[in-house]
Design a binder for this molecule. Structure first.
Ligand code: FAD
Length: 555
């Protein structure tokens, strides 16, 4: 009879990969570096390298903590005074302070160099890989600037503090703080997509008109990041839906009558508080013309939609990087998973999808950096196509990456579980899928010059891959013929998005990537399941390009 084994002797851990941590999320990402350079953001290398280091190190931990300890709501203090306070874990503040320090929320508004939007999109892309939730107030603050700029008197006081790199989370009046953050509140219980159903109303406190103070009465069903210093809000004035800036504190230093009802108990986006609020005569300034609320706030919505593209591309990248890294350190049936042909096809496919998403996101960041009609037109149609398509692909990508990693990916210690729960969010807020499709249809019917610009962009990639050329001519025919009805819209929008991704890859990256994309995504027999790339694909090269390039691979 042998001796009893001690606990330590029951098994030895082997065939487990090293965790992807303690790395630089920028310098390890060859693909991100490629597109930042290709679109004129090369001068941001140093800032991106600095932020990439934070994201791969302390902000990874902060991302886990900020989601493990969700925000909590305190309606009253211990003496019974109403405080409407949302308390966050210190990790959330760490994430916010780091991002604001890196100018996630303002870079192009304070640095006019060409490429500033590209560099800022790079910062967002990196930050999302630490924590997508805190990206919500960062994005809203960034996107509020063009709206607030429309109201010169308010802009003069607010913009310098919105575009500073000081993060000040204190719950005190805006005029006492060095740095301010901005949220938005449009959605009501009876209608989110259809804001014309809004019932919140506004009445003048003195004289009427832009820049003047109003009282707001009503409710909002979703108001994320309710500790922001002010919110862009839609409410009905005499002439219809109008945009207002509603501060948390009134200018006289008293608490504004914005009452938080409760926080939403969300499946994803957990680090970010989303609340239901009521306005009981809340103070707000009118922004833009009365009755033009939708067109005023759309300047913000266009940018938040763009940020959804960048954010979802980042989630895709994070998922693909985790899957490629993990499988490289794992064997099954006597062979490393990277050497198993079927797994190679899945990993290369994840890499390809992620690169195509980043390529069109960065192409649009480049449009924002240009100031001409052509680029404005491309941005107009590109945000609808990109938000629709990238956000729709993200849940499939995170799920497939989970499967590559196997059972442990389902466990909450692994970031994949969080990425999966986060993955549908961007598709729903800021205009859900169908709303993006209806927007494309509106552009086709009402803005032919935008479609001309889009086709022109696709034609720039013509003459190199026959399959692409024939799909492009098919799309042109479809766009010439009348849209039968909205039931065929998703099919058309998908075709437009795929051709645009293909065209961007053909123009801006290496042929082995664009060839693989075209021969799969534009093939009539393309199966939407991952791992169905044709057998002539250069799988290993695609995987290697996407694999995180680590300075110290043994870690
Ligand atoms: C985590 C999170 C945070 C949010 N934060 C905010 C916030 O800070 N501020 C804010 O204002 N809102 C916020 N929202 C709300 C979000 O913007 C809305 O949920 C979204 O706009 C959809 O509105 P809804 O939920 O009322 O759905 P509905 O408008 O009821 O839409 C339901 C479905 O119907 C589809 N649909 C609508 N019209 C049509 C049509 N004509 N044809 C075909 N299909 C159609 C939509 O695409 C959608 O799929 C947040 C949402 C989430 C999930």
């Amino acid at each position: 009879m042998g001796q009893h084994k001690t606990d330590e002797e029951t098994h030895k851990v082997f065939n487990q990969p090293s965790p992807l941590e303690g790395y630089n999320a920028f310098t390890s990402d060859r693909i991100l570096q490629h597109y930042v350079n290709a679109f004129g953001g090369g001068w941001g290398d140093e800032a991106l390298t600095r932020y990439g280091h934070l994201v791969g190190n302390e902000l990874q931990t902060a991302g886990f903590d900020a989601n493990r300890y969700p925000p909590t709501f305190h309606s009253h203090d211990r003496f019974g005074y109403r405080i409407d306070l949302v308390e966050y874990h210190p990790a959330y503040h760490q994430l916010m302070a780091a991002a604001i320090g890196a100018r996630h929320h303002c870079l192009p508004w304070v640095d006019e160099r060409a490429g500033a939007h590209v560099v800022r999109a790079g910062i967002e892309y990196l930050h999302t890989q630490a924590d997508p939730g805190s990206g919500c107030p960062l994005t809203m603050t960034f996107a509020s600037v063009p709206v607030i700029s429309q109201q010169a008197d308010i802009a003069k006081e607010w913009l310098p503090k919105i575009t500073t790199n000081d993060y000040d989370p204190r719950n005190i009046p805006f005029y006492e703080k060095p740095g301010l953050t901005i949220g938005m509140a449009m959605t009501e219980k009876q209608g989110g997509s259809d804001v014309s159903a809004n019932t919140t109303y506004a009445y003048p406190l003195e004289t009427t008109g832009p820049g003047k103070p109003y009282g707001l009465v009503g409710h909002k069903w979703f108001c994320s990041a309710p500790m922001c210093d002010a919110f862009l809000v839609l409410a009905n004035a005499d002439k219809g839906l109008t945009c207002f800036l509603l501060p948390r504190w009134r200018p006289d230093g008293s608490k504004n009558a914005m009452i938080i009802q409760r926080l939403k108990n969300k499946m994803g986006n957990v680090s970010n508080a989303s609340s239901e609020v009521e306005y009981r005569g809340a103070f707000a300034w009118m922004v833009g013309e009365e009755g033009h609320g939708v067109s005023t706030i759309l300047k913000m919505v266009a940018l938040t939609r763009f940020d959804c593209m960048v954010g979802s591309s980042a989630i895709m990248r994070h998922a693909a990087a985790q899957a490629i890294h993990h499988t490289g350190g794992r064997e099954a049936f006597g062979r490393n998973l990277h050497e198993q042909p079927l797994m190679q096809n899945v990993l290369a496919d994840l890499a390809l999808e992620s690169e195509a998403a980043l390529a069109i996101s960065m192409r649009l960041a480049h449009s924002l950096d240009q100031h001409d009609d052509y680029e404005r037109a491309l941005f107009r149609i590109g945000t609808a196509l990109g938000k629709y398509w990238i956000c729709k692909r993200t849940p499939q990508q995170t799920y497939e990456a989970m499967e590559c990693i196997g059972g442990v990916a389902v466990v909450e210690d692994n970031v994949l579980a969080r990425l999966y729960r986060e993955s549908p969010i961007n598709a729903i807020w800021e205009g859900s899928g169908n709303i993006q499709c209806l927007d494309v249809s509106r552009v086709i019917r009402k803005h032919p010059t935008v479609i001309d610009a889009f086709i022109n962009e696709l034609e720039m990639a013509a003459g190199q891959i026959a399959q692409y050329d024939s799909e492009l001519s098919r799309l042109k025919d479809e766009l010439m013929s009348d849209l039968e009805d909205d039931r065929s819209l998703r099919r058309l929008v998908e075709m437009m998005a795929l051709l645009w991704q293909a065209s961007t890859l053909i123009q801006y990256t290496e042929p082995f990537i664009s060839d693989a994309f075209v021969s799969s995504r534009l093939d009539a027999f393309y199966r939407h399941m991952y791992g169905t790339l044709p057998s002539h694909t250069d799988f290993k090269r695609i995987m290697t390009r996407a694999a995180p390039k680590l300075d110290n691979p043994s870690r």
